[in-house]
Design a protein around this ligand. Structure first.
Ligand code: DC
Length: 219
């Protein structure tokens, strides 16, 4: 049976995962967060203290897998659930760096394609529409200004202790955007046949409605 594949790409903090979760629940598809896979590899390499030149050899030992509990993705390294451990700023930056290494991308590419072959998926990331699922049924490129993304992140974090300053969050986003867009392998860019959605001036509900409309129109 042919599965339905929907690709959502875009920069860090554009709201891809929040929106993809809602839309996939509405459509009854599984939501695959590929960023979490890169984060799990980054955690593995960080814990091992791997030097940059040793990444291609060491990444072979990273046993990343996904499980879906009530439709919610959990990420595993071996049999350890690392879904929460991968969400620190340290791992965000490490993932942005290690995901530029071709051997890291090769390690996750097959797993991502297999998930899309076997399930109706909404898959989010940076290179889903361009590299992983070039024949996806629907491709969306979701973006927002760096300032808007930083201010959403700041609001989210300001409720927790130890919240970084807004400027620090903005600098981090700008740095990650640069790294993700300027790497040689599978850089972040809009696929030619992707629909651009700019969420800067839209509420969460408006973006969900817009993306659901785009998807329904095409499948
Ligand atoms: O979406 P995220 O912030 O959780 O992703 C973490 C890092 O992984 C991000 O800096 C870029 C990288 N990534 C990637 O290179 N390709 C993907 N398909 C998904 C994420």
């Amino acid at each position: 049976m042919k599965t339905v594949n929907i690709a959502i790409d875009g920069p860090a903090g554009a709201g891809k995962s929040t929106i993809a979760k809602k839309v996939s629940a509405e459509l009854g598809y599984i939501y695959v967060d590929t960023g979490a896979m890169y984060r799990a590899v980054a955690l593995y390499l960080t814990e091992k203290g791997t030097a940059e030149e040793d990444i291609p050899a060491e990444v072979k030992g990273a046993d990343v897998s996904l499980k879906f509990v009530d439709g919610v993705q959990r990420v595993y390294l071996g049999d350890r659930d690392v879904s929460e451990l991968i969400r620190t700023p340290e791992i965000s930056m490490a993932a942005s760096k290690t995901s530029a290494v071709p051997a890291v991308r090769a390690r996750l590419f097959d797993l991502q394609q297999k998930l899309a072959k076997e399930n109706n998926v909404i898959m989010d990331g940076r290179d889903i529409g361009t590299v992983v699922l070039p024949h996806a049924d629907v491709k969306i490129f979701l973006t927002a200004s760096a300032e808007e993304r930083a201010s959403r992140r700041y609001k989210e974090l300001s409720e927790k202790p130890g919240c970084p300053a807004y400027q620090e969050i903005l600098d981090d986003i700008i740095k990650r955007d640069y790294q993700d867009m300027h790497r040689e392998t599978a850089p972040l860019k809009q696929a030619e046949d992707a629909v651009l959605v700019d969420s800067t001036k839209l509420s969460l509900d408006e973006v969900v409605a817009e993306i659901t409309r785009i998807i329904r129109e095409r499948i």
